[in-house]
Design a protein around this ligand. Structure first.
Ligand code: 2HG
Ligand code: ZN
Length: 458
């Protein structure tokens, strides 16, 4: 098989020795790891097609990988699989200013894409903390959400077309950028969130939005999650340009402060924090300040306005953006990314303590997330990492509570390997059958990312 891969791609593009494969074999959290048979680094769609064909013939699992920043184990191999590194697909075509679109390779990093389009007064609407490493292809595979979802939607809403090699070897290519296209199934949309289980995206045509000239950020201290939700509801009604609404809690702020040696972001400590950001072609500061002024639950506010410069904005964002890194320093983490309807979100958070402590009284809970989307990141640490039942029981009870509250078990990170066993908590038998039928049609040999999304056959 290695010979066939070398013949198709050239020796430089096939890595088989342990040292060179190692960076591809463990995920960012350290929770998922496996020895790859090889890592291949194709540079053309034809080479990707050849790799797919070789893996179909030999029935070896294929693992597409971008920046390897995923959090559910979808982009690292199980033993004996072939990792397909897409980062050589790094071209950014001319920005189409008229259509407000751009065609880019799957391996382009989100921060690079942002820099390339900003000079044209445009921006890519999906943004998140891993922007310097995460790639366009990976963000399509996971249908990444990020901090601006409440205004612009997630990755699926930005994708106008894709080029991809399906698991069947068929090639999909629809990059003309036609916005109003009602010619049947939305195949590009289907690949968004498919987590590598249907095919390998090589290029994408993306929508862009105007780059705002003014931006205001406010960090608000409040007494409770319920007060944060009420404040968000009021601000949202008054500020149409609101594009981020992030929730943090006192223990998360403390954790980040301790991990990085940073002073608290507000003058006093608050039970909950709401980080709001609005941006437009006019200054939204007065609208935001006015809305906050009318909210009963607002305790303390720190603002970074249009004139304050980037450094002050960073000061308000850094505790939020460093939660994940600070948590990683605590050892093994049970990471659960969920959505709960806003109307019951505060009740869900209030009940979480009892839910996890009934399973294990020693577990520490850290909850934060994208409040505007009802998206909470529930992180649990201090469980017995040597006992797989401990994580299993915590996942079962937290995800069970999510579903009981009318939420869903993955908001933006995907199902991956982490939650494959829990998918039937959230999806009906008929939905699962339809999903499996799609998988069987587009990946008839089952080589695309076995074990991701659907549990492996026992
Ligand atoms: C974020 O919102 C990411 O910062 C990571 O989605 C969340 O670490 C997490 O649980
Ligand atoms: Zn997130």
């Amino acid at each position: 098989m290695l010979h066939a891969l070398v013949d198709a791609l050239g020796a430089d593009a096939v890595l088989a020795d342990a040292d060179r494969c190692a960076p591809y074999e463990t995920d960012w959290t350290g929770a998922f790891t496996g020895r790859a048979l090889a890592v291949v680094r194709p540079a053309t769609r034809e080479q990707v097609g050849a790799v797919v064909d070789i893996c179909r013939t030999t029935r070896v699992g294929l693992v597409p990988q971008g920046g390897n920043t995923g959090l559910v184990g979808a982009a690292v191999p199980r033993d004996g699989e072939v990792v397909v590194d897409l980062r050589r697909f790094d071209t950014i075509d001319d920005v189409d200013v008229t259509a407000r679109q751009v065609t880019v390779g799957a391996g382009v990093r989100l921060a690079e894409l942002q820099r390339a389009v900003e000079v044209h007064g445009l921006r890519y609407a999906v943004d998140f903390a891993a922007r310097d490493s995460a790639t366009v292809g990976g963000s399509i595979a996971t249908n990444a959400g990020g901090i601006n979802f409440l205004r612009f939607g997630g990755t699926r809403e930005q994708v106008v077309g894709v080029e991809a090699v399906l698991g069947s070897g068929l090639v999909m290519r629809r990059l003309a950028g036609i916005e109003k296209d009602n010619t049947g199934y939305d195949l590009a949309g289907l690949l968004c969130g498919s987590e590598g289980t249907l095919g390998i995206v090589t290029r994408a045509r993306l929508r862009l939005v105007p780059l705002p000239t003014h931006r205001v950020t406010a960090l608000v201290g409040v007494d409770s999650v319920a007060a944060a939700t009420a404040t968000l509801t009021a601000v949202r009604a008054a500020v149409a340009e609101l594009e981020a609404a992030e929730l943090m809690l006192a223990d998360g702020i403390d954790l980040v402060g301790r991990a990085f040696g940073w002073p608290p972001p507000l003058e006093r400590a608050w039970p909950a924090y709401l980080l709001l950001e609005a941006a437009a072609d006019h200054d939204p500061t007065d609208a935001l300040a006015g809305a906050l002024g009318r909210c009963a639950g607002v305790g303390e506010v720190a603002v970074a306005g249009a004139d304050d410069g980037a450094a002050r904005r960073t000061l308000l964002w850094r505790h939020r953006e460093h939660h994940t890194l600070a948590l990683r320093g605590l050892g093994p983490v049970v990471k659960l990314d969920v959505t709960v309807p806003l109307g019951v979100l505060a009740a869900f958070v209030d009940g979480l303590d009892a839910t996890v402590h009934d399973v294990d009284p020693d577990v520490a809970l850290c909850v934060f997330g994208h409040l505007g989307d009802g998206n909470l990141h529930v992180n649990l640490t201090g469980h017995r990492a040597d006992d797989p039942r401990a994580a299993h029981d915590l996942e079962r009870d937290v995800l069970g509570s999510v579903v009981a509250h009318g939420g869903c078990i993955s908001a933006e990170h995907g199902i991956g390997r982490l939650k494959a066993a829990w998918l039937d908590l959230d999806r009906s038998r008929d939905e699962l059958a339809a999903m499996r039928a799609v998988k069987a049609a587009l990946d008839p040999d089952g080589v695309m990312r076995p074990g991701v999304l659907f549990p492996l056959p026992i």
